[in-house]
Ligand binder design. Sequence first.
Ligand code: LMR
Length: 348
Amino acid sequence: MRGLITICSFLLVGVLTAHYIGFAHQADSDPKAVDKELEGLNEKYVLRFSHVVAENTPKGLAASMFAQLVREKTDGWVEVQVFPNAMLYEAQAEFDALMKKDIHIIAPALSEVTVIDPNWLVMDLPYVFRNEQMVEDALHGRIGELLFNSISDYGLHGITYWENSFKQVTNRIRPIINPEDIEGLSVRVMPSEALSDTYRVLGAKPRLFPFNEVYDVLSNGVVDGTENTLSNIYSKGFYRQQNYMTVSNHNYLGYAVFMNGKFWDSLPVDHQNSIIEAMNEVTVWLREHSNKINTEMLARIENSNLIEIHHQTESEKMVWRNALKPVYEKYGQIIDPELITEVTKLQE
Ligand code: LMR
C-alpha cells in the first residue's frame, strides 16, 4: 500500500511540474503579453538622412521640412538629422550605407535606382513624359506602385516619390538644336544605362561621375557638357562653366525616398505613422513648389548672362524623339512588360 502511495505521489508531482513548465512556456510566447504598438516608444530614435544636393533645392528643402515635421509629430522622440551635399556619401554609396544601417533614409534620383533594378529604367526613356502631370500620374499611380514592389525584393522599403523637374542639356562647345549637334561631345550622366544609350545613339560620349564631382569635371574640361534640372544647374554653379543650354525637358529627374526594409519594420507603429504623415505633407508641398523653384532658377540663370539659352520647340522635339527610337526598342525588351503597358497607356 505504501508503495502505491509513493508511486501516486511521484506521478502527481510529475504531472504538476509538466503542467507548470508547459503553462509557463505558453505565457512567455503569448503575443498578447507584449503591446507591439507601444514597444520602443520610450526610447529616442535618431535617423540619419543622407542626400547629395544643395539645401536650397527642391530635395534639400523637402528633407529639412520632413525633419521638422517628424520632430513635431513625435514630440521629439524621432530626430531626423539631414546630411546634404554628399557630406556622408555619394548617391551609389548611399544604398550600401542604408543596408548597413549607417544611415536610415535616402532619396536618390530614380536613375540611380536603375543600377539595382533595371525596371526603373522605364522612367529614363527619353521624352517619355510630356508634362509634370504625366510624371505625377506615373509616380503616384500604378507605375510607382509597380516600381516599389519590384525594389522591395532588394530589401528597400519605398516610402514616397518626390518631384524635382525636367532635365536640360548644357555644354561648352556649341548650341544644341538638332540631334547631330551633340555628336562627338562628352556628356556627364547619372549611372543609368538608358541615359548612356540616349547619348550613344546620338553619337555622343556618356561619362559617369558622381554629382559632387560634376562642377570640377565641367570646369577642367574633362567633359564637355551635362544634363540636369535648373535647380541643380543653378545651385551647383554648373551654368558658370558652360556656354550653352538647351531647355529640352527630355527626361524627368524625380526621387524615391527609401528606408532599409528591416529597419522600417523594426520601428514602432506609431512612429511609422508619424513618418508617413510627415512624408505625405512634404510630398504635397513639393509637388506644388518644385516647378516654381526651377522656374525661379531659370530666371536667375538667364539674368546672369553667362550662358546662351535655346528653348526646344515642339517640332524639334519630334525630330529628337524619332532619332531616339532605338532606345525604346532596346529597353522595351528589358523592362517588365506591365510597366511598358502602363507607360503606353499614359502616353495615349
Ligand atoms: C545628379 O545629377 O546626380 C543629381 O541630379 C542628383 C540629385 O539627387 O538631384
